[in-house]
Design a protein around this ligand. Sequence first.
Ligand code: BDR
Ligand code: CA
Length: 349
Amino acid sequence: MPAVFADLDTGVDDAMALVYLLACEEVDLVGIASTAGNVSAHQVCHNNLALLELCGVSGVPVSLGSEQPLSIPLRTAEDTHGPAGLGYAELAAPSTEATSYDAAQAWIRAAHAHPGELIGLVTGPLTSLALALRADPELPQLLRRLVIMGGSFDYRGNTSPVTEWNIHVDPEAAAEVFAAFGRHAEHASELPLVCGLNITESIVLTPQILARLATAAGAETHTMGPDDDLGRRSTATNPLIRVLEDAMRFYFEFHFRQGEGYLAHLHDPFAAAVALDPTLVTARPATIDVELHGTLTRGMTVADMAGHWGREPNAAVVTSGAPHTTRPLAEVFFDHYIERVGPFLQRLS
Ligand code: BDR
Ligand code: CA
């Protein structure tokens, strides 16, 4: 059973990723880091604890990350994810608490408890992982695999013209993480897999696909659309579907306001699926570095795929779906997601 450690900044799509990990029966979720990003670290921690409780899961340690990035003030994204990070969803206060040790220590503990076996997943800024690497530089050698949602490769940004949110929030942390994996590339069993916007923006969730999830969970619901009143609350007959629909409506409305349509990019659940099964995708070895000084480009991920810098690859950039598959990647992903999460949510109702 693969041991997975999830580092999240929950966040609407992080929540969808967490529910997916919980739904995968073959996964042993050994810990969660709550990293500041979409909302404050405290709020992320609250969301993670509350979601676990709502899903009837106990015994997964949730740890609080630093309230600030490594060297700049925190920027949050309430416009995208709602005032508390979960859109219009309001979760009951959790009865459980965060661990006494912090998120960086949680990374280190999990890696040492499962040497050579741990799959790390990061769907938020890289602050907690960078702090863990400062405290334990040998960490990369202990991991079986690392999958990061972050960056944008030969593709536009979503926070500035060239930057992706998770990297933009803490560019120094991202630079430290990529550098650390560069130093250990020859010992790592796999290069860290990086899912940037170039791939995750192809994972487009529509209200119709969300309605398919509700059906798979045995719930009756209304298929959302741009003509609905803003903030209309879900009346789905399944409580977890209600939470996910209330969260997702905010995310749909955000993308709609941005002129992208009444849809949402499911960056983080996709990265979670890649973490469990890298054969879903094709990736190219690259040396990734982060621009820290550019006046217009600070936070940009630059990937050298042709050896210009003469440095060893420190990552593999996800570029497309599995080789020799003709089905669109998003279709493959959503079928897989609904197959896993639908029955799980049905059991909770
Ligand atoms: C990333 O930014 C966050 O807002 C999302 O949760 C995702 O991890 C996409 O750029
Ligand atoms: Ca996220």
